[in-house]
Design a protein around this ligand. Structure first.
Ligand SMILES: C[S@@+](CC[C@H](N)C(=O)[O-])C[C@H]1O[C@@H](n2cnc3c(N)ncnc32)[C@H](O)[C@@H]1O
Length: 479
């Protein structure tokens, strides 16, 4: 059985064709902008014109019939758009157009239309039009907003590249199945990634090489070091999401929430390489070797890391190993724990009057001890953020006081920040260690020291689970 549709989506070539717009006000203006961009020759019939349309008429961009609409105005038009303030005029235009067999759109009156305009997302030469059949225009606009975000701006450049090679590819690969496989390789593989990364010359070189020798070109793998953000999956970037969804294999660690892993393709292999402090599940050298091995086998490898890969994430070491091995890689930044936890705890890291700088420090080094030299002389106008500070909390707080900060200096510890299980202990350098112990905070936790910590009392907006919040839950339970 044929399932009926409200309307057939079609794309209308209006270049050089006559379109009549009835009405000369603000509503007509918006439609005329669109029609002119579509290359139409626009005639406006209306007793008066808005200032913007007057300017268009004076520049010769539209023709103006300065009078009331007449039925005969629709003759010979490719399209009629009725956008007058007067509903009776619009209805008359609709009747006249339909009687003459001319497609007609009446703004905000779907019952008088034979054609409607969709919400449009443009990635030249790609155009997406969305229609709700006039039933839920706000929902259509919401979808448009979502697509605007989800379609990388570079999609248009990729489509333009495909357009440039279309005829050559067709001639070189006459068999349609082979040609389709070629284009799938282009759209999903290194060519698309090179375009998205702004390396168009490289994209063309790859495409040319494959076109010259479609069978022999080896599949080239790539490793993506992807930052998954601090816990809330909504804090991932669109780029991270897109790359995750095309991964063949994903190496992830302890700080990756299950909800993030669930965003990957169902058939992608998932490989836990998580580390606990001083308990390395898979040694770093072995992780590096695995990344290299799978990329060399031509796979799309994602190394998924909590927060940002280049902030206390050993992403730098992995990137160096890949560079040395001659394996292609890209780094996708993520929201680091300091930004995420501070935002969700209501603690601005800088503030014009309270903190003019911020430093990110590690609370433990390779041998598990804190490097006190790193702290130097803390400045009252700076915020200090310590990652991995829990086990050395007392040592750090004491060292900060010894180095000049008052014992009642504000400090906060945040456990599982940005997730439903977020807990925050606010105290001072003197009282924080006992407060954290009493609350039983555990890793992952972040320490923020500075006068900005006091702002939490006024700026804390995020409700954790205990406060009735329904945010995401952290951790996947592996390892
Ligand atoms: C190995 S570091 C990884 C940091 C990560 N690359 C980043 O940019 O956030 C792990 C430490 O980050 C901090 N951390 C990460 N996520 C956190 C969260 N959701 N809440 C509190 N601290 C977090 C903790 O200090 C944890 O011990």
């Amino acid at each position: 059985m044929i399932r009926p549709m409200d309307a057939l989506p079609v794309f209308f070539d209006l270049r050089g064709r006559d379109v009549l717009v009835v009405g000369g006000g603000a509503v007509a203006e918006r439609k005329i902008d669109l029609l002119l961009r579509a290359g139409a020759r626009v005639t406006v019939v209306a007793p008066g014109l808005s200032a913007a349309l007057t300017a268009r008429r004076d520049r010769g961009e539209v023709e103006h019939l300065a009078r009331a609409f007449q039925e005969s105005d629709v003759a010979g038009r490719a399209l009629v758009v009725a956008a007058a303030d007067d509903a009776a005029v619009n209805a008359a235009a609709s009747r006249a157009a339909q009687a003459a067999g001319v497609p007609v759109n009446v703004v905000d009156a779907p019952e008088l239309c034979t054609v409607t305009f969709g919400s449009i997302v443009e990635r030249e030469p790609i155009t997406v039009a969305i229609s709700s059949g006039g039933r839920a225009p706000v929902l259509a606009r919401l979808l448009k907003a979502r697509l605007e975000h989800e379609l990388p701006a570079a999609f248009g450049r990729l489509a333009a590249l495909a357009g440039k090679y279309r005829a050559r590819v067709k001639a070189r690969l006459p068999e349609s199945g082979v040609r389709r496989a070629f284009w799938e390789w282009v759209m999903h593989g290194p060519v698309a990634e090179a375009v998205f990364a702004g390396r168009e010359a490289e994209a063309e070189a790859l495409l040319e090489a494959r076109l010259a020798d479609p069978a022999a070109a080896p599949r080239r793998g790539c490793v993506y070091l992807v930052g998954a953000g601090p816990g809330d999956p909504d804090l991932m970037t669109f780029r991270a999401l897109r790359i995750l969804q095309k991964a063949d294999i994903i190496f992830y660690d302890r700080l990756i929430p299950k909800a993030v892993l669930d965003l990957a393709r169902r058939d992608a292999e998932r490989f836990y390489v998580g580390k606990e402090r001083s308990h390395h599940c898979v040694p770093q050298s072995q992780i590096n070797a695995l990344l290299i091995e799978h990329a060399r086998a031509g796979r799309t490898v994602v190394r998924l890391k909590g927060g940002d890969p280049f902030i206390f994430g050993r992403g730098g070491e992995e990137a160096l190993a890949l560079a040395e091995a001659g394996v292609d890689f890209q780094v996708v930044p993520g929201i680091t724990a300091a930004s995420g936890c501070a935002a969700y705890a209501g603690i601005p890291l800088t503030h014009r009057d309270l903190a003019r700088g911020v430093r990110f420090l590690t609370g433990h080094t390779r041998d598990g001890r804190v490097d006190l030299d790193l702290i130097g002389r803390p400045h009252p106008q700076e915020t200090l953020v310590f990652y991995m500070a829990l086990s050395q909390l007392e040592v750090i707080c004491r060292a900060l006081v010894e180095r000049g900060l008052p014992g009642d200096w504000p400090a906060a510890a945040i456990e599982q920040g940005t997730t439903a299980r977020q807990r925050v202990v606010e105290a001072t350098l003197d009282t924080l260690p006992a407060g954290v112990q009493a609350a039983g905070l555990r890793s992952p936790a972040l320490l923020i020291v500075g006068r900005v910590a006091r702002l939490r009392a006024r700026l804390g907006w995020f409700l954790d689970e205990a406060e009735g919040g329904t945010g995401p839950v952290y951790g996947h339970g592996a390892g």
